[in-house]
Design a protein around this ligand. Structure first.
Ligand code: PLP
Length: 424
């Protein structure tokens, strides 16, 4: 078959193509061979895609603003090898727990370039952050403000902090990933932010360097970013502004989020208009950096035809929880005949004991049979991150592919791992 990348949807990782054997190739590696070598389910990361997206953010920012940093919002894909690549690309890092902090340090981020987030940071996590010497802690509540001051005083150190503000702006997204509304568990509302700014100023061991806001995830519209900056601009004049992440990723062929350059240009223009041109601007994308870099490989176990055609694979809600949490929509194809005429509408179902465990609904596939390798693209963000052991299923491996080389960067869990925390 002679097929070109143009015939595959734009949601696949950079460089994905149909090879001379008529099979899907990701990062120069044949997906069917990857399934044979590493087993399924498996997360396949095209390393060049990951690097290219990191560069696109840095280059877009550098073209319109000089004092900036791009932070990897690592909750999207907290895997040491991913941290390592993005640290290598010169990014900084946002972590949302002590665990992510430990992984970010292990993955090579300098502590000074790490920002600790979280709406319920524990005493232990704050102590870990201070001990590691993280650059910034993003304060989220009055309780945390007092807690951090007490710990910093006890350790006789001074910590730079940002204040997370909820600007009462909601992006058009699923309620579970909307974060900028006033009635939110995150951050300080505008009035509380005014009081918090005064309160931080009174703490001898805390230094407020700026404000942070993040209005939500999977955002296609850029207008809400302007409203968010308008809201935080009213709070005073600070050297640093972190304008969050949130840029949408394309999950299906019909989705066309703003290009990175357009998103960056829009956000920087707003910042220049409302905050001036001299501020240090931080952006912290998660999904837009990693989502499209990765595909998941599954093996079809059974095909059952009743009212619908149910193509049951060897993974499901243990490796991709997003369809069940948010009704997220995915594409799928079969790795050894990605462009074959799709003759049958199917539901790609998981192996778990819930009827809701359906990864892709109503997708046309070319007469699937047991043993076929099904590929779902765009699983780099919040796939591995939300993976779990439901039904005692070991979590999948992560494999980096680049120029035809496949590298196992995180092995599959074993049954021993499942019992690894038992005490007797
Ligand atoms: C504070 C903060 N920053 C960044 C992100 C990353 O968002 P996204 O993955 O949509 O870019 C999130 C996601 O929830 C977040 O809460």
């Amino acid at each position: 078959m002679s097929a070109t990348a143009a015939q595959l949807s734009h949601v696949y990782p950079l460089g994905t193509r149909v090879n001379e054997h008529g099979r899907l190739e990701v990062g120069g590696c044949d997906a069917v061979e990857l399934a044979r070598e590493f087993g399924t389910p498996a997360y396949i990361v095209a390393e060049d895609d990951l690097r290219a997206r990191a560069r696109s953010f840095v280059e877009a920012m550098a073209s319109c603003h000089s004092n900036f940093d791009i932070l990897f919002a690592s909750k999207a894909f907290p895997c040491t090898a991913v941290y390592r690549v993005l640290a290598d690309e010169g990014l900084s890092c946002d972590v949302a727990s002590g665990g992510e902090l430990a992984l970010a340090l292990k993955g090579g981020f300098e502590a000074g370039r790490i920002y600790l987030h979280g709406n319920a940071k524990s005493e232990t996590e704050l102590r870990e952050a201070l001990a590691a010497g993280v650059g910034h802690i993003v304060l989220d509540s009055f309780d945390e403000l007092q807690r951090l001051q007490r710990i910093a005083a006890e350790l006789d150190c001074r910590q730079e902090v940002l204040l997370r503000v909820t600007p009462d702006v909601s992006g058009d997204t699923h309620a579970a990933i909307s974060t900028g509304q006033a009635d939110s568990k995150f951050g300080f509302g505008i009035d509380d932010a005014r009081r918090a700014i005064v309160a931080v100023g009174e703490q001898p061991n805390l230094e407020l360097v700026g404000l942070h806001c993040h209005i939500g995830s999977q955002l296609f519209e850029l207008a809400p970013f302007r409203h968010a900056v308008e809201a935080i601009a009213s709070l005073g004049d600070f050297p640093v502004y972190n304008l969050g992440g949130g840029l949408a990723a394309a999950y299906t062929a019909s989705q066309h989020p703003p290009a990175v350059a357009d998103y960056v240009d829009a956000v920087v223009t707003v910042a220049h208009d409302l905050l001036g041109t001299q501020k240090r601007l931080l952006l912290e994308p998660g999904r837009a950096l990693v989502a499209n870099s990765t595909v998941t490989l599954y093996t079809v176990e059974t095909v059952k035809r009743n009212i619908s055609t149910w193509v049951a694979v060897d993974g499901g809600m243990s490796d991709n929880l997003r369809p069940m949490l948010y009704g997220s929509v995915y594409e799928a194809l079969i790795a050894d005949r990605p462009l074959a005429p799709a003759t049958e509408r199917c539901h790609v179902a998981g192996k778990h004991c819930e009827s809701g465990d359906v990864i892709v609904r109503d997708i046309p596939l070319p007469a699937p049979v047991p043993g076929d390798v099904v590929v779902t693209p765009v699983t780099g963000a919040y796939g591995h991150a939300l993976a779990n052991n439901y039904n005692g299923v070991p979590r999948p491996p992560v494999i980096f592919c680049r120029a035809g080389d496949a590298r196992l960067v995180m092995r599959r869990e074993t049954y021993d791992d499942l019992a690894g925390r038992d005490t007797s």
